[in-house]
Design a protein around this ligand. Structure first.
Ligand SMILES: Cc1cc2nc3c(=O)[nH]c(=O)nc-3n(C[C@H](O)[C@H](O)[C@H](O)COP(=O)(O)OP(=O)(O)OC[C@H]3O[C@@H](n4cnc5c(N)ncnc54)[C@H](O)[C@@H]3O)c2cc1C
Length: 225
């Protein structure tokens, strides 16, 4: 595992060179870290038996490596090591409502990572990667819940993808048509922000009534993401 290097700019390979809407591109690795830290579901694009599959899956990022996991029988995970994949992470921040439909858009933060994933076989790294992945979506649960048994570990494939070749695009702000003839149409234009938040905890129906939720979950319930 390489150490995170937040000061290093993002790579600028032929694959990651922004072409369309390039003004929304960023080469700031700290911004990539922030986009990855803000989510826990990615889309893994991989060719399986000659067909492209784009699979939504949970991930964890430690700043230099993205981890994703699943059953050892998962076709997308079996196919991924040794082949180039493309992983995306997307956050929608709002609808950009212009005077014309043509100029409508989305305020967003999105990352694309290219690379050849590695199957993690070392037990220590596998546990560290699974911890990273678990803590990304449910901080505090790795120490609270029972850790994987040897049998469960053997049934789980963990893949590591370097963040060396990644690109970032971010759009913020109002619609761009304020200085066009459409501004004279007398139509409302602006942004409808989209916020996501966690709801109230819902205890399992078979939970003993005396069992209170742990503080890290109580703190998170109702929080804005
Ligand atoms: C939620 C959302 C909705 C979108 N809706 C539309 C839409 O309706 N129509 C539309 O044209 N575009 C949309 N985009 C932008 C879209 O993702 C592409 O950036 C854009 O269409 C250019 O695509 P392209 O195939 O020409 O890629 P190119 O510009 O050829 O891509 C070159 C390289 O730039 C990088 N790159 C491209 N797009 C992204 C990205 N989004 N995030 C990170 N890196 C990127 C990749 O490394 C890629 O290999 C949307 C983006 C998001 C996040």
């Amino acid at each position: 595992m390489t150490a995170p290097s937040p000061g290093r700019p993002l790579s600028h390979t032929e694959r990651t060179r922004h072409r369309r809407l390039r003004e929304q591109g960023s080469l700031d690795r700290a911004e990539l870290d922030a986009v990855l830290a803000a989510g826990f579901v990615c889309h893994l694009g991989v060719t399986v038996d000659g067909t492209v599959m784009v699979v939504p899956t949970v991930y964890g990022s430690d700043g230099s490596t993205l981890y994703f996991h699943g059953s050892v029988a998962s076709r997308s995970l079996v196919a991924s090591p040794g082949t180039t994949v493309c992983v995306t992470v997307t956050h929608v921040d709002g609808l950009v409502l212009a005077r014309s439909v043509f100029e409508h858009g989305i305020n967003y933060r999105s990352a694309m990572i290219y690379g050849v994933p590695r199957l993690v076989t070392d037990e220590e790294e596998k546990l560290a990667g699974l911890r990273c992945l678990t803590e990304q979506s449910a901080p505090g649960q790795w120490d609270y819940a029972r850790r994987p048994s040897r049998k469960e570990l053997a049934a789980t494939a963990l893949l590591a993808l370097s963040l060396d070749e990644a690109s970032l695009k971010i759009r913020t702000g109002p619609p761009d048509d304020g200085d066009t003839p459409d501004a004279e149409l007398g139509l409302w234009a602006g942004v409808l922000p989209l916020n996501t938040s966690w709801g109230a905890l819902e205890p399992a129906p078979d939970l003993a009534a005396a069992l209170a939720p742990p503080p890290h979950l109580v703190r998170r319930a109702g929080a804005v993401v």
